[in-house]
Design a binder for this molecule. Sequence first.
Ligand SMILES: [Zn+2]
Length: 275
Amino acid sequence: MSTAIPAAQANIEQRFRKAASYPRPQPPAFASVEEERQHRKQKLAAAFRIFGKLGYDEGVMGHISARDPENPNHFWMNPLGLSFSLITADDLLLINLDGELVLGEGFPHPGGIPLHSAILSLRPDIISVAHTHALYGRTWTTTGRLIPPSTAESAVFFERHAIYDSHANGEGDNLVRALGNNRALLMKNHGLLTVGQSVDETAYLFISLEKVCQSQIAAESIGSTETMDEHQARRSSERFQAYSGWLNFQPAYQSIIKEQPDLAGRNALDIRNPF
Ligand SMILES: [Zn+2]
């Protein structure tokens, strides 16, 4: 019996190594910048449709942006007043970092443009920004507390999110300074904001963070909660990379494009199954 335990341990490690060596789905490559642009706009329209289904809209509040792949000083975002649940890739407006409408028909979003242009100007590594007043996120922000690493999902945000009072300090450069190198902001008494290196990552982080807030509110309503060990939480947060965010968005994307193919607009690319 004394030799059985090390042998079993070796087998487990071997299985982990084998499992880790399998290839994984990868983001697509593009034949042209036009194709990449359409792909990005489709992903952005899909993110809106998913946010709509999940009930993240609140009147005309809320916006998601995507930096243009050819002109990094331009970004695509939703027009004011159009339902998240109806947006197509053709409805998106092209705005420059000075806040000017460059292309598209519809009403530029007066609340969204300053926020997105500030972040995309000062953080060239960020491709996409999402902000809405989704219910559980905005409710959690009233606590004025960071989210404790209670679950694997909340640990993704461990030491990678911050609290910001947008009512007192605005939604421009001060907000970008508060964002720092984080992947999310809890905008106090207001809502959530996430950023990422792809629309996929930004949208996944937003959906996950909203659920994290819901989960934490539920856990605290039961009574006292236990958090993860700090080292474990840090490890989880560090292991989550831009690729993780991209990958985790794909199931939601596959479902929405199959269910609502019109979201892709007139120049739809066949990216129903990117694998
Ligand atoms: Zn807002």
